[in-house]
Ligand binder design. Structure first.
Ligand code: BYC
Ligand code: FE
Ligand code: FE
Length: 471
């Protein structure tokens, strides 16, 4: 690959063309990445022209570049938000010191682990979504799926860049392992729970992009505050892409709800499944599953890891710099309901140990806004159904509530009582079979599948019936 024009092939703002060591590392990794993409990325659409947005520079005009491209030719780039001159660490024990431009030796392992954990989720999501191209409800949705997929691919590049540029040999090894773990593989799974869950239908995809990508938003917000400046700058740029992923989820679920509400209004006595739509209670059960699983992604409520990350200045609170709170977080306590000896009781937790919960608070608040949006759609159609966000204690596998059983509104229950409610609260085998039966592709321009309304508008000012994917 000697003499290749790096800026052309790999758009970047990290001066790749003058960094020989990084070039060598990337040249070794790139063919493995492309092999992984062909094996584990979206199946059967690699030769199709897709209307994609490519980031070609970090300024406003540069990154929203739209064109029909084939996915393997997508120019995965390396972009960091512009540096802030003279940036300081603005929280934790190193408050006021210069932000690190190199990896501080004492935090090398911790930082690497965080970057690997973040990086692992990106290819995992592509693996989870790899078959969805066969059943998209419209060409518009098909294009959005692939846009999300190539951007998650780019997010993997972002973390691989950090590993290769800043961590030497073990960083390069970790970069390879990111291509070796597999979502849902019991022998070699992805690191975090949700990223091993099957995501095989579009209702799950819209829940995933609503709730799991929103975990991405908040984890990236907290890492965007990092004292390790290259990580902070990378995450700030990734956040601009994350907004689109959540848009896909939120409006996707909204369109499913709209379609059902419309049919219910026009056919007051009929069962909507007769029209191939998804009952609102079923949508709620899918929300309950993906939301509760994604709550787990914030880690334990009381966590010495989280405390250490904060103390080290590696991972802050979302918008830490603008919070106006004690940047050392040493005095404050966090009042938490803990589950101990079979009952809930209030406990005072030193704030640093509660940082996962602090971030989850922001996440829950953001999710609540999404529920308001869904309920506005119900109201618009005079439908009495109201969506609700499951309580954060509901159906948890990680953290202090994992041992208990809690209702959708957070009350403790016996395991037997919970079991009796399970099929009302989480997708049942019948729900899954029904949703699966609806998953037939709709690839006629301007048309949508029976279970979803068309979007309010197209992509980049194009009409809905645009040729988003040339099949
Ligand atoms: N599943 O102290 P604890 C995204 C482990 S999503 C399995 O409670 P900590 C995206 C934990 O690793 C954003 N294991 O938690 C979205 C630890 O293991 P060790 C991804 C879990 O460490 C959609 C042990 O339990 N980014 O970008 O404070 C599409 C005790 O941990 C889970 C990040 O996560 C789980 N859910 O916090 C594409 C940011 N939760 O050390 C992309 C980087 C915890 O005992 N990661 N454990 O072996 C972190 O900051 C932290 O690792 C976590 C966990 C917040 C995830
Ligand atoms: Fe991502
Ligand atoms: Fe995302």
């Amino acid at each position: 690959m000697a003499g290749i024009d790096y800026d052309q092939k790999i758009p970047n703002n990290v001066d790749l063309k003058s960094d020989k060591r990084l070039q060598r590392a990337l040249e070794k990794w790139l063919p493995k990445y492309l092999d992984w993409w062909r094996d584990m990325g979206p199946t059967d659409f690699n030769e199709k022209d897709i209307y994609l947005r490519t980031a070609v520079s970090v300024d406003r005009d540069g990154w929203a570049h739209f064109d029909h491209v084939q996915m393997p030719d997508y120019r995965w780039g390396i972009f960091l938000a512009e540096p802030e001159p003279d940036r300081k660490i603005h929280f934790g024990d190193h408050l006021g010191q210069d932000a690190w431009q190199q990896v501080p030796g004492e935090y090398r392992n911790t930082l690497r682990r965080i970057i690997v954990t973040q990086g692992d989720t990106e290819p995992a999501s592509v693996e989870q979504q790899r078959l969805l191209g066969h059943t998209a409800p419209s060409l518009y949705d098909l294009r959005n799926l692939f846009q999300v997929n190539v951007e998650e691919g780019r997010h993997l590049w972002a973390m691989v860049y950090l590993l290769q540029a800043y961590f030497g040999r073990d960083g390069r090894e970790e970069a390879e392992e990111l291509l070796e773990r597999r979502s849902g593989n019991p022998d070699h799974p992805r690191i975090l729970g949700t990223f091993n869950e099957p995501c095989e239908d579009w209702l799950s995809f819209f829940c995933f992009t609503t709730y799991t990508d929103r975990d991405g938003k908040f984890q990236l917000l907290s890492l965007a505050e990092s004292g390790f400046d290259p990580l902070a700058r990378t995450c700030r740029f990734m956040l601009t892409e994350e907004a689109h992923h959540m848009f896909v989820g939120q409006t996707g679920l909204g369109r499913v709800i709209e379609r059902t509400c419309q049919l219910m209004r026009d056919n007051p006595d009929a069962d909507v499944t007769k029209f191939g739509a998804i009952p609102l209670e079923m949508v709620q059960r899918y929300i309950n599953f993906w939301n509760s699983s994604s709550n787990d992604l914030f880690g334990g409520e009381i966590s010495s890891n989280a405390s250490n990350f904060f103390a080290a200045g590696i991972k802050g609170r979302a918008h830490e710099a603008k919070l106006g709170k004690d940047p050392k977080a040493l005095e404050e306590i966090y009042n938490m309901e803990v589950w101990e000896n079979g009952r809930l009781s209030s406990q005072e937790v030193p704030l640093r140990n509660a940082m996962n919960e602090v971030l989850r608070d922001d996440y829950v608040a953001d999710n609540e806004k999404g529920i308001v949006y869904f309920n506005k759609i119900c109201q618009k159609f005079d439908n009495d159904f109201r969506f609700q966000l499951p309580h954060r204690r509901f159906n948890r596998k990680i953290g202090i509530y994992a041992d208990g059983h809690f209702s959708l509104t957070g009350e403790a229950m016996t395991p037997e009582a919970w079991k009796a409610k399970e099929s009302e609260w989480l997708p049942s085998p019948e729900d899954k079979a029904y949703v699966k039966s609806l998953m037939v592709p709709c690839y006629e321009r301007g048309k949508t599948a029976s279970w979803i309304a068309p979007p309010a508008k197209g992509i980049n000012g194009q009409p809905f019936d645009y040729d988003y994917v040339k099949l």
